[in-house]
Design a protein around this ligand. Structure first.
Ligand code: ACO
Length: 335
């Protein structure tokens, strides 16, 4: 049974860079508060006045870069898996838009998954299982988000608005011809008892009618977060799932060449690093530049780490995520 290996990776970021000082023009916040609490200095937003784009547009550009990196053409892709919490439309899912925008042949299946910050880990597990089963050979796995159109930039939403950024990244996965290379282990978890701790309540199929001007006026379409509780669970669940992965494979923290934690908040990533007793050179963070891009955050960091030459053939890469749901998980990959 061949495991899935990364054949290529790429990312795309919209050009508009928004600083903490820019946000301080819109709400009562400061560069000092944001950096101290989250480590974030800037994030990228789609420039809606000059170049409007949805998550599927960002995803398409990221996927093109991943395909170029893998030196694979669109007609070789036999499955698309797409993770986002900010799809272009309520339905259909975004994967079909990427399929038509990229020119991936009709008939190729396009699967959307809804696992927020853990989307890439969930997607990797699904892709690996399909590749192991032999059902699909070349899978495009995408994480993409446009948060900037769904944030409350008033004081009421400032705890959430300062955290998120727009961006996309994609990987091409295929069966490894080298038994030493590819996905070694993936675990994924969820605990729906905490679904209300971080969520976007509106629009909702549980309401009649589904959308009203009054609900929009009340701001019910903005995300809500219990930051302290999210923080508390993130710093315990991510190390727990990494330890589960290491125990399952007989490996240790010392074997990890690079850990890429979901870029939720630099303070969370630093605490995960401490709990796993990892050195600074074993961890890659880029939240300082991009904020939290949820489903895109892990592949975006991986794409940059690869560009910076942080991984060589045979290195042990560890990914871990935690997000809304709550959902979490970890993966070990032999690069
Ligand atoms: N600027 C200035 N002040 C703010 C801001 C802001 N942007 N946001 C909140 N405050 C204020 C609060 O109103 C509060 O004021 P008060 O003391 O007068 O009531 C004060 O700052 C402290 O607020 P807390 O919520 O207690 O601040 P905390 O230290 O918990 O930090 C934060 C908030 C950064 C959101 C933190 O809880 C956090 O990072 N949680 C994790 C959430 C996360 O990472 N979410 C990402 C999505 S989920 C995921 O990817 C894992």
């Amino acid at each position: 049974m061949p495991n899935a290996a990364f054949l290529g990776i790429g990312h795309y970021l919209p050009e508009k860079v928004v600083s903490n000082d820019d946000l301080a023009q819109l709400m009562d916040t400061s560069d000092e508060w944001i950096q101290q609490r989250t480590g974030i200095k800037t994030r990228h937003y789609v420039d809606f006045e000059n170049n409007p784009m949805g998550a599927s547009d960002l995803a398409t550009l990221a996927a093109k870069n991943a395909l170029d990196n893998a030196q694979i053409t669109t007609d070789e892709i036999d499955l698309i898996i797409y993770a986002t919490l900010s799809p272009d439309r309520f339905f259909p899912g975004d994967a079909v838009f990427v399929q038509s925008k990229l020119g991936i042949p009709a008939g190729v299946p396009a699967l959307d998954i809804r696992n927020q910050c853990s989307g890439f880990i969930y997607g990797l597990n699904i892709a690996n299982a399909f590749i192991q089963s032999g059902q699909y050979q070349k899978i495009l796995l995408i994480g993409s988000e446009v948060h900037s159109t769904g944030l409350d930039f008033s004081n009421k939403g400032r705890d959430v608005a300062v955290i998120f950024g727009d961006g996309a990244a994609a990987a091409v996965l295929g069966p490894s011809d080298d038994p030493e290379r590819g996905v070694v282990h993936v675990n994924m978890h969820a605990d729906g008892r905490h679904a209300d701790e971080l969520h976007c309540p509106y629009p909702s199929s549980a309401e009649m009618p589904r959308a009203t001007p009054q609900a929009i006026e009340e701001g019910r379409h903005f995300p809500l977060m219990n930051g302290k509780n999210v923080f508390k669970h993130a710093v315990s669940k991510m190390p727990e799932s990494v330890k589960e992965a290491l125990n399952a494979t007989g490996l240790t923290s010392e074997d990890i060449k690079l850990l890429i934690p979901h870029q939720a908040n630099l303070r969370i990533a630093e605490m995960v690093q401490r709990r796993l007793k990892l050195r600074d050179d074993q961890v890659f963070n880029n939240i300082q530049k991009y904020g939290n891009t949820t489903a895109a955050s892990i592949p975006l960091a991986l794409s940059e780490a690869v560009q910076e030459g942080r991984l060589e053939k045979g290195d042990l890469l560890c990914l871990t995520a935690f997000g809304a749901g709550f959902t979490w998980g970890a993966a070990l990959i032999r690069w």
